[in-house]
Design a protein around this ligand. Sequence first.
Ligand code: ZN
Length: 199
Amino acid sequence: MENFVYLLGDRRAQEALVVDPAWDVKAILRAAEEEGYRLTGALITHTHFDHVNGLEELLQKTDAPVYINRNEAEFLKGMKRNIRKISGGDKIKVGTVEITFLHTPGHTPGSQCFLVQDHLVSGDTLFIQACGRCDLAGGDPEQMYYSLKRLSELDEKIILYPGHNYSREPTSTIGEEKRGNPYLQCRNLQEFLAFRMGG
Ligand SMILES: [Zn+2]
């Protein structure tokens, strides 16, 4: 289960936010430094261990805000001072670059994706040719269906950056997934639920 960690930043302002700080915080800090970024916060797609296990270490090194969906903020209650509770549709800026939060429950109740210009960071909601599991605690296949439907209605040219490397290519587009991802081919909720049961 290889995780992707992303930096979303503004080159001119030399500021970046890290998405899902996990596993190797030193490498994250090094990458930011090499790119000339100051880390000014963390964006959390969801609170599964493999996505947030570097958060404490990160906060020891850089006392920055942590942007998490309000439906999942309780899982990080030890970090109260840094927590910023986010709702779907909220926007923040890093430098002059705007980030829009999309609440996409299904994998977990507070799963969220980040839309930055024509880039979508999708966490464990939408993968290349797959989607996140809904059978873990807090998972809900019905919500996942509607979250995927929303993502598939985004502009086809948007580039997809998933939370795990389950594919040969690290990125895809909404258009490619609309055409090829089996979970986006279901015409309605019943079909989606039946397909999940079978797969
Ligand atoms: Zn997960």
